[in-house]
Ligand binder design. Structure first.
Ligand code: HEM
Length: 401
């Protein structure tokens, strides 16, 4: 048995650094090496312990009493833990009991008409052009506009909103100290924005999600203002970037695989399972973090109480032990038990909403722009950590195969 600190592979360690931006565009071979060489351990010398096999990752997600999601406040400009992500069961369960029905498939489908209108309006802005930069033209504004409508926030605030989110997730700073400063200042601005809005709503509640948050009972009592703010903060950060990234990864994949895109045009009924398969293959939220609450042995490696571990969802989703022909993209794959939305008690609250947003977006985009490819001579740019395609230049029209 080895302790995690001496579990760095002796050679080739650079090649399994999936944090390397160069690996972000095609991380699957890196994940394969990670699973083979270092399924539980420090993939990079001095880095966090990575857990990369499907069964191990799922075990950790399902056992918060050993692998806790509780995080100290302050890492992303927040002054308190985000709810429900940074709270473990049993306390977390009362929030999910309240939130889950609001984000059920049935409720989400009621929003589809509105969401389709948002998608179709955005596509109309560029569909008659020769091409577009997909991230700025669609993938960024789309989920944010959906979010503002869902929450009952003014759509005129879109740009302001995107600015707040970006300053937290990707602060433009010259030094780590400046990053912290920008995040903290932006965090205060986010709390103040929602606080002011909630003051107004308290006087005249409406038929939207935020009004429900301030009037509903959770675990037998009304939520405090802080609790509502801590949920809003997480929604702003968790619900926007993830859909942007996923959509970018999917459109980039389809732009580079004309035969697969054509199969969706030929058989629209394939779209839902194709979305699941692209979620598995691309896994835009590559990893999530946990902290050990006790000593625990996994894969022959002793993990110590207090250790931080990285659960590599992207690697779990391409594990040959779990998926037949895991390295092949198969739009008809069944079953497809991918964990792109996580698993266990913290499994994504927004999975139904995301699936609907993704399906509607691809339907509306393909309706107006059935043929597209990466613009000649250009290369899409992927960010690591959350795999956003920050630059996705597309060329439209017949012959873009
Ligand atoms: C395709 C888009 C999305 C992906 C890939 C995604 C992925 C994830 C993942 C992997 C987790 C688990 C985090 C962990 O275990 O540490 C998670 C949690 C969460 N997601 Fe999403 N997400 C997406 C969209 C959304 C949306 C649109 C919302 C808006 C409501 C949302 C809200 C949440 C919340 C509130 C949690 C925390 C749940 C809890 O801790 O109980 N997500 N998401």
């Amino acid at each position: 048995m080895s302790s995690h600190t001496d579990n760095t592979p002796e050679s080739d360690s650079e090649s399994i650094n999936f944090f390397d931006p160069a690996a972000a565009a095609h991380p699957q071979p890196v994940f394969e090496r990670l699973r083979k060489q270092c399924p539980v351990g420090n993939a990079v010398p001095g880095g966090a312990v990575c857990i990369s096999r499907y069964d191990d990752v799922l075990f950790a997600l399902r056992h918060p009493e050993i692998f806790s999601a509780v995080m100290p406040a302050g890492l992303i400009g927040n002054v308190r833990p985000l709810i429900p992500l940074h709270v473990d069961p049993p306390e977390q369960v009362k929030y999910r009991k309240f939130l889950d029905p609001l984000f059920s498939n049935k409720n989400v489908l009621k929003m589809e008409k509105d969401v389709r209108e948002i998608a179709s309006n955005l596509v109309s802005r560029f569909a008659d052009e020769d091409g577009c930069e997909f991230n700025s033209a669609f993938a960024i504004p789309y989920p944010s506009t959906v979010f503002l409508r869902l929450m009952g926030l003014p759509e005129d605030d879109l740009e302001y909103f995107l600015g707040l989110k970006n300053a937290i997730i990707r602060p433009e700073a010259d030094s780590p100290q400046q990053e912290v400063k920008i995040r903290n200042e932006t965090g205060q601005e986010i709390y103040a924005y929602f606080d002011k809005f909630l003051d107004k709503l308290e006087k005249s509640p409406r038929d939207d999600l935020l009004s429900l948050f301030i009037t509903a009972e959770v675990g037998g009592e009304r939520m405090s203002r802080e609790e509502v703010l801590d949920i809003c903060y997480l929604f702003l950060l968790g619900g926007l970037d993830t859909v942007t990234s996923t959509l970018g990864c999917m459109v980039s994949y389809l732009a580079q695989h004309a035969d697969r895109r054509q199969s969706l045009l030929d058989d629209p009924a394939l779209l839902e399972s194709a979305i699941e398969e692209m979620l598995r293959w691309e896994t835009p939220v590559v990893q999530v973090v946990r902290t050990l609450t006790q000593d625990h042995t996994m894969g022959g490696v002793e993990l110590k109480k207090g250790d931080a571990v990285t659960l590599v969802l992207g690697s779990a989703n391409t594990d040959d032990e779990q998926f037949a022909n895991a390295q092949e993209v198969n739009f008809e794959r069944t079953p497809n038990k991918h964990i792109a939305f996580g698993g266990g008690p913290h499994r994504c609250l927004g999975s139904h909403l995301s699936r609907m947003e993704l399906r509607v977006a691809l339907e509306e985009f393909h309706k107006r722009v059935p043929e597209y490819a990466i613009k000649q001579g250009e290369t899409p740019v992927y960010s690591h950590a959350i795999r956003e395609v920050t630059y996705l230049p597309l060329q439209f029209g017949e012959g873009q195969k």
